[in-house]
Structures are given as C-alpha cells and as structure tokens.
Design a protein around this ligand. Structure first.
Ligand code: HEM
Ligand SMILES: *[C@@H]1O[C@H](CO)[C@@H](O)[C@H](O)[C@H]1NC(C)=O
Ligand SMILES: *[C@@H]1O[C@H](CO)[C@@H](O)[C@H](O)[C@H]1NC(C)=O
Ligand SMILES: *[C@@H]1O[C@H](CO)[C@@H](O)[C@H](O)[C@H]1NC(C)=O
Length: 330
C-alpha cells in the first residue's frame, strides 16, 4: 500500500487535470456559452425552487403553464433570450409589452415576480437571471402538463438586458395571419429551421387564444373544416367579443400531439397553424404528419428545438446584468 500511497498525489493531480480539461472542452449537450449546471455553486436549489413555484401557479390556474411557455418564446425572438420582455416601460424607453403580439395577450408576469422574489431569498442574494427563470419556467410548464416521463435539460447562464425596444418586438414576433413563407423566414432569421418551426408551433398544444387572433380565419379562410369554423363563430362574432377565449387545440391542458392531428383535419385555430399543413405533399406536411403520429418523437424533438430557441443570442459573461427585479433595470 505504501507504493500506492506515494503515487496518490500524482494521481489526484492528473485526475484534477482530466476533469478540468473535460469541463473546459466538454461539448456534450451544453453549448459553448450556456451550461446545465450554472447555478450549482451559487444557488444549488435554484431549479427546485423555480419548479415548486411553477407547480403552485399551474395548480392555481392550469393555463399558466401555457402562458409561461409563450413568455420564453416571445423573450427569445426579440434580441435573444435576455429577459427584455419583462421590462416595464420607463422614461428612457418603451419596451416590448405593448407590441402587437404582446399587448393584452402575454401573461405570467406575476408568477415570474414570485419566482424571482423566492429565489432572491433562497439563494441568499441576487444570483439567478430573469432570462434563465423564463427558460426554466417554460421547461417546467411543459413537463408538468406533459406528464412525468418527459423532460429536457435546460441550459443556463443567460444574463438580463438593460433595455428593451418596442419596434424590435413588432419586427420579430410572428402574427397569426402569417403565411408559410413568412413563418419560415422569421424562424430562419433567428437561426431556426423548418423542423423547429413545426416542433415549436407544437407549443400550441396548450393554452387559449382570443377571438381577435382567429376571427379572419373562421370567417374567411377556405383551408378550414366548415363544422369546426361554425362551432367557433358563436364565441367569436364578426363584431365584438375580441377578448373571448377558446382552446387552441381540444386538449388544451395536455402537452400531446392533438395539435398536429387537428392540422391534418383542417382544424388549426390560427391561419398560421394551418399554413403548416396544406395537403400539398410538402416537407412541412410530412413533418406535421410524422409528429401527429409519433408522440415520443414529438416530445424528444420538441426539447431539442426548445434548447435551440433558448440559445438565441444570450448575454453571457459580463454583458448585461442580473436584475434584482425582473420588471426594471438595477
Ligand atoms: C409560429 C408562429 C407563431 C404564431 C403566429 C403564434 C401566434 C399565437 C397567437 C396569436 C396566440 C394567441 C394570443 C392571444 O390570444 O392573445 C398564441 C398563443 C400561444 N402560443 Fe403561439 N404563436 C407562434 C409560435 C409559438 C411558439 C414557438 C410557441 C412556444 C414554443 C408558442 C406558444 C404559445 C402558447 C403556449 C400560447 C397560449 C398562451 C396562453 O394561453 O396564455 N407559440 N400564439
Ligand atoms: C434614464 O436615464 C438616465 C440617464 O442615463 C438615468 O439617470 C435615469 O435613472 C433613467 N431613468 C429610468 C426611469 O430608468
Ligand atoms: C380586452 O381586454 C383588455 C384588458 O386585458 C382591455 O383593455 C380591452 O379594452 C378589452 N377589449 C375589448 C374589446 O373588450
Ligand atoms: C373577410 O374578408 C373580407 C374581404 O377581404 C373583409 O372585408 C372582411 O373584413 C373579412 N371578415 C372578417 C371577419 O375578417
């Protein structure tokens, strides 16, 4: 044993070197910039803390899971996943909250505030960024609504923006009136492709939509099941009722493939949804058909696309800040 002991320091040093090198070089599932274990030292229970607040919020109101998923999407598409959507307007800038796609529409800000306040206490200080909270809350929501067997590993280390720009939100968020080519091009402008467009649109498997976002479609579109259109008109008259809501798919609290199955039956709620399946034998059609019938593929591939979306232009290192209050800069 004496001989073995004499080698131990060398072995320990060597092991340390290998581990350190592995951490520096590891490509794994983490990207160069963000990592899965970013808060392991600074706030080891950050993820559990976020999960429990999200869980309570969804228990209070199931729709909140959908709202939190959408918040992360709308954050990432406007100058990257930097928490900019959370900033209230100030004298110095008009932020993103009044953009067409956000006004009277995005929700969940109170839950994000609750998560942030809880973390500031549990982490013994201001450690976890608002941008990361959005990413984790979105993942947790999907997982909670999709059942325990499903998950993807969320990437962390984003920092928060110190400004927000209304025009950028208006330019970068898709509208439900978009045609296929407009949808694909806005996704491509964010480094995402056709498959990401199909998969991430699958986020519409949960949540509700206001009449004003699908009225044109149910009265004027031709690529729509007539009975489906008729069934929606009572809750969404030609005039008035703009704020009346309806489920985006028929199993609106479950993260399943019914959204894709609905597209196959011309029962997409938004014009933009149905643009993904037009019975024209396109690649887009084939992907919708595939995911409609492959729940497991959908869940796994959706996670991969969420990670890609979550990697859009994060602020890292010394860029930006960790906001103390998600609604305003420090
Ligand atoms: C492809 C382009 C997209 C368009 C045109 C679009 C459009 C919309 C619209 C118009 C609404 C209803 C808003 C309202 O009623 O005020 C909505 C809701 C929603 N969207 Fe999208 N969306 C798109 C992509 C996505 C993506 C990528 C995700 C997430 C990965 C997503 C998740 C949601 C969710 C969960 C809701 C329901 C929110 C709630 O109930 O609070 N959407 N979307
Ligand atoms: C606006 O900008 C000025 C100058 O940078 C700063 O002193 C002030 O605190 C800012 N106001 C708000 C509401 O952020
Ligand atoms: C819809 O609701 C918003 C508040 O969320 C309100 O400001 C707006 O006036 C409502 N619109 C209609 C047509 O009732
Ligand atoms: C349907 O299309 C016509 C002609 O473009 C338009 O005037 C009308 O406002 C549309 N109806 C609805 C409910 O969107």
């Amino acid at each position: 044993m004496a001989a073995a002991n004499s080698h131990e320091p060398v072995l320990v040093l060597f092991t340390t070197f290998v581990v350190a090198a592995a951490i520096v070089l590891a490509p794994t599932t983490c990207t160069a910039q963000l990592t899965c274990d970013f808060y392991q030292q600074s706030c080891p229970h950050a993820l559990q803390t976020i999960r429990s607040v999200v869980n309570e919020a969804i228990n209070r109101e199931t729709r909140m899971g959908a709202s939190l998923l959408r918040l992360h999407f709308h954050d990432c598409f406007v100058n990257g996943c930097d928490g900019s959507i959370l900033l209230d307007d100030t004298d110095n800038f008009t932020g993103e909250k009044t953009a067409f796609a956000n006004l009277n529409s995005v929700r969940g800000f109170d839950v994000i505030d609750e998560i942030k306040a809880t973390l500031n206490t549990y982490c013994n200080g201001n450690v976890v960024s608002c941008a990361d909270i959005l990413a984790v809350a979105a993942r947790d929501s999907v997982e909670i609504l999709g059942g325990p067997s499903y998950s993807y590993e969320v990437q962390l280390g984003r920092r928060d923006a110190t400004t927000a720009v209304l025009d950028d939100a208006n330019r970068n968020l898709p509208a439900p009136t978009f045609d296929f080519s407009q949808l694909l091009s806005i996704f491509q402008s964010h480094g995402l492709g056709l498959q990401d467009l199909i998969l991430l649109s699958g986020g519409h498997t949960i949540g509700l939509a206001r009449c004003t976002t699908f009225r044109d479609r149910i009265y004027n579109d031709t690529n729509i099941d007539p009975e489906f259109a008729a069934s929606l008109k009572e809750g969404c008259p030609v005039n008035g009722g703009d704020n009346n809501t309806t489920p985006i798919d028929s199993t609106t609290t479950q993260f399943d493939t019914v959204y894709f199955k609905s597209l196959l039956q011309k029962k997409g709620l938004f014009h933009s949804d149905q643009e993904l399946f037009k019975s024209d034998g396109s690649d887009s059609d084939n992907l919708v058909q595939h995911y409609a019938n492959s729940p497991e593929d959908f869940k796994v591939d959706f996670g991969a696309s969420m990670i890609k979306m979550g990697n859009i232009n994060p602020l890292t290192g010394y860029a930006g800040e960790i906001r103390l209050n998600c609604r305003k800069i420090n």
